[in-house]
Design a protein around this ligand. Sequence first.
Ligand code: URA
Length: 439
Amino acid sequence: MPLPQDFIATDFASWRAGVRPLLASEHAAASGPLSLPRPLMRLLESLACYRGDGRWELMFRLAWRTLHENRRLLEDHADADVHRAVRMERAVRRDVHKMHAYVRFRGTAENTFFAWFEPQHEILRRAAPFFVKRFPNMGWTIATPDGAAVWEKQTLQFIAAPDAASRPVADEHETLWRTYYRSICNVARLNPAMMQREMPQRYWRHLPEAVEIRALLREGRADFASRQREGDQQKLSLASAVQEALQRLPVAADGPEKCRRCDLWRHATQAVSGAGPERARIMLVGEQPGDEEDLRGEPFFGPAGRLLDTLIAEAQLERKTLFVTNAVKHFKWEPRGKRRLHKRPDVAEIDACNVWLQREIASVQPEVIVALGASALRALTGRSLSIQLARSEVLQHGESRVIASYHPSAILRAPEQRAAQMRAHIIEDLRRAGTEVGQ
Ligand code: URA
């Protein structure tokens, strides 16, 4: 059954209101709720954000066919409608991830912050809650050609798009940010082709550091050493102001290896970043590197890693398909004789390190993230939750579903019966992650 020619929808709510009588006239009472499976409702909400021809028709076809032909239509990935819908949903999710990573705020005279962003799809309402969580204590507006999200520290509102003339042009944070970016950016490591692939012109145009990147690429690598010396001087005098600016601005410049946001780097051999495929569908987040990981530079390499490998295999997943990382990138320890004994990172350290985890998430764009232990859960939710309770909650981080689980090391410390129980729970949680992505 096709949609009538004169059918009009502007968003998910108007589509739903419009199609209800069409679907229900064949099915149930026109005023009653549409009983569509939840995964389909979630998919339809995503498809409503897709900018492009045919989305309303496709959504209607999926709903109609689910009600009248096959209640489990979504599971049929060979079906042309399902296949197209999954591709569209993925494009929307990617766009949301990009918005999370590339929005840059500018200060305004009223002491609030403003960002202009041009997403490919109509995702403002989906993407905005992430910024509420990330910047709850500053007033901000994120404007797009489709409308603007306004956060006044208590309420999130959506209003019409402001005109171009009312957008702030630059501010002191931006000048500071660009100077800092120049001094830390290692031009030898810039990969313009990859950056362009990751950041199409639409995003690129509005990044303050893009001007610097272009200039740095033109200047080439020849003067990098002298610029770095100059940069060291600048960095010293800028340090405290930059620290403050960094709290506000999403960081996209250097990696955790030069991070000084907390003191853990002082006693660690190196920062240990995540490892795995660039676009893994599942990400596992642990707490922090241990003694062996610190020396080797790879996450989950020592005893906890070997145990994790067994659990992954029992959950019928393959480690090489997973992106494995930690909430904190430096090893925190205390001496015990000749040994370096693991010490739990505190909340301030987890929060200080969060920019690096966020950057990994923005780049990998996992569909599901498994939080292994309380530190990981804190990093992903900003709250200190009990794992036992959080395991039964539906948690979300931006566009990624979060599954809370225990840390593998907890099995090693627990009494026998509890250890067996935890082990079974971790395997079950990893399996749930696999099922979510159809593995
Ligand atoms: N424990 C973790 O949480 N991460 C590691 O990488 C190793 C041990």
